[in-house]
Ligand binder design. Structure first.
Ligand code: AHR
Length: 506
């Protein structure tokens, strides 16, 4: 079969910006089996003294997750953080309305902060601006971050956490534009509340970073008006605007599905443009960055979820949002990571939603194993090799039209120079039928050689990884070589590729 031909030029001097490692963040919500039966399963053979699963923790550590958003999500908009602190035996069981479950509060913020420390991750804490307001957000901040000598910091100390958690990053609510959200708001209502909460929180701790809620997804009828109105209140007192987006192949149209990176790209451009509009209106010198703090593929579990919540509402840790990911999902996730890298100058945080069991790269069986879903692999590769400075590529690739998108380049690529001087090229070949011959001109890296080539390829598009079999796993490949300052390689049809280059003599 004839290969497609694509050409890329990368130049050491043409950079997009520094990659903030926090774009490889994740998300743990009190939802389904993410916490209970996910990171935490007392009684499991792998559980530590606190009840956290060591096998799950090892997989999380392998991913080098820099930051984890917590405790929601929709969950946070009805959450009383006080329920989850103090002696376990006194913690209330609550009706958790976002996911129609029972919340036992066996895990609360102190335990979670301990877990995050073990995982090597920072915590990104969300405050409840649905059913609660400024006072409760301030109380939570005082409890978490104030060293001692005040009622709530001393309460934390009396609970066994003498040192403050020093949580730097805080989300001002979650998806507050969504009618499904407890206490959802108009943009004017949210803008005022978020701005006043931000001001009050900064009075307690001036070191914190704050995230203002953006639209829940690009299809919200109020996007981008929501951003324009809310930011006109919050712009000066926050550091980020949030973005959320989920992707689906419900229509079972893989070429169209793999083109959905264009939708993420367009959404980022639209939110950045709206931030810049508010900046211009305010004659501000500050540029607002983006926290893409929920993104992933999500559709496989929807029918099952409706049945669970209808037939067995108010259960403990139900099997909700347990998408089993296919090989083609992993390809799209690779493409989405490339898209985040191409906006490294603006997207400074991002959280794959979520981390364990719930639309997650890691799955667990109760009392049994923990394993890597297909989407684990591109996230791992990007997290390990995509840190440093993102390079601006000139890409010339043949294109296709899909049902929703036109001019979709078969080749989707990004490159990062890491801090040790190595360069990683990430490349997705979206063609389902043709390999792609890539010629990549290396300006400023002419004396580099291929150190490693990894590919995720060759599997059935619908192949999945389970507890017992993991057919979707990366392989070492060996066809890439640098000749006269040009990297040549053949990317298999439907493949995710990682080519690591190092300065060398060969
Ligand atoms: O990640 C699952 C849910 O998706 C989150 O709770 C919510 O914020 C979003 O709608």
């Amino acid at each position: 079969m004839d290969a497609l031909q694509a050409k890329v030029t990368l130049d050491k001097d043409y950079t997009i910006g520094k990659v903030d490692k926090r774009i490889y963040g994740s998300f743990v919500e009190h939802l389904g089996r993410c916490v209970y039966g996910g990171i935490y399963e007392p009684g499991h053979p792998q559980a530590d003294a606190q009840g956290f699963r060591k096998d799950v923790l090892e997989l999380v550590k392998e991913l080098r997750v820099p930051i984890v958003r917590y405790p929601g999500g929709n969950f946070v908009s009805g959450y009383r953080w006080e329920d989850g602190v103090g002696p376990r035996e006194n913690r209330p069981r609550r009706l958790e309305t976002a996911w129609k479950s029972i919340e036992t509060n066996a895990v609360g913020l102190n335990e979670f902060c301990d877990w995050a420390k073990m995982a090597g991750s920072e915590v990104m804490m969300a405050v409840n601006l649905g059913t609660r307001g400024i006072a409760e957000a301030c109380d939570l901040l005082e409890y978490c971050n104030h060293p001692s000598g005040s009622a709530l910091s001393d309460l934390r100390r009396s609970h066994g956490w003498a040192e403050p958690h020093r949580i730097k990053t805080w989300c001002l609510g979650n998806e507050m534009d969504g009618p499904w959200q407890m206490g959802h708001k108009t943009p004017a209502e949210y803008g005022r509340l978020a701005a006043e909460t931000a001001r009050a929180m900064r009075m307690i701790d001036s070191e914190i970073e704050l995230v203002s809620c953006g639209s829940s997804n690009p299809n919200m009828p109020t996007q981008p008006e929501w951003e324009a109105i809310t930011l006109s209140e919050t712009y000066d007192v926050v550091d980020f605007i949030s973005m959320h987006q989920y992707f689906s192949n419900e229509a079972d149209d893989t070429p169209d599905f793999l083109a959905q990176t264009l939708s993420m790209d367009g959404f980022i451009r639209s939110v950045a443009a709206t931030c810049d509009y508010v900046k211009a209106k305010k004659r501000s010198k500050k540029t607002l960055n983006i926290s893409f703090d929920e993104w992933n593929v999500w559709f496989h579990s929807r029918q099952q979820d409706n049945q669970i919540t209808e037939r067995t509402p108010w259960s403990l840790a139900p099997h909700l949002l347990e998408d089993i990911y296919t090989f083609e999902d992993a390809l799209l996730v690779g493409g989405l990571l490339i898209t985040l890298l191409t906006h490294a100058d603006r997207v400074k945080m991002a959280c794959m939603a979520q981390l364990v069991n719930v639309i997650a790269p890691i799955m667990t069986a109760e009392g049994g194993a923990a394993w890597r879903q297909t989407i684990y692999w591109p996230l791992l590769h990007a997290s390990l090799y995509g840190r440093g400075t993102a390079l601006q590529l000139a890409v010339s690739s043949p294109k296709y039209d899909s049902k929703t998108y036109t001019d979709v380049p078969y080749l989707h690529a990004a490159a990062v120079e890491n801090d040790e001087g190595g360069v990683t090229v990430f490349a997705l070949n979206r063609s389902l039928s043709h390999p792609l011959e890539l010629a990549c001109v290396l300006r400023g890296y002419e004396d580099y050689r291929v150190a490693e080539q990894i590919e995720l390829a060759g599997a059935d598009l619908k192949a999945v990884n389970t507890e017992h079999s993991q057919p979707v796993a990366p392989q070492k490949a060996g066809n890439a070589k640098v000749e006269n300052g040009v990297l040549h390689t053949l990317l298999p049809a439907a493949s995710w590729n990682v080519i690591r280059l190092e300065k060398g003599t060969k």
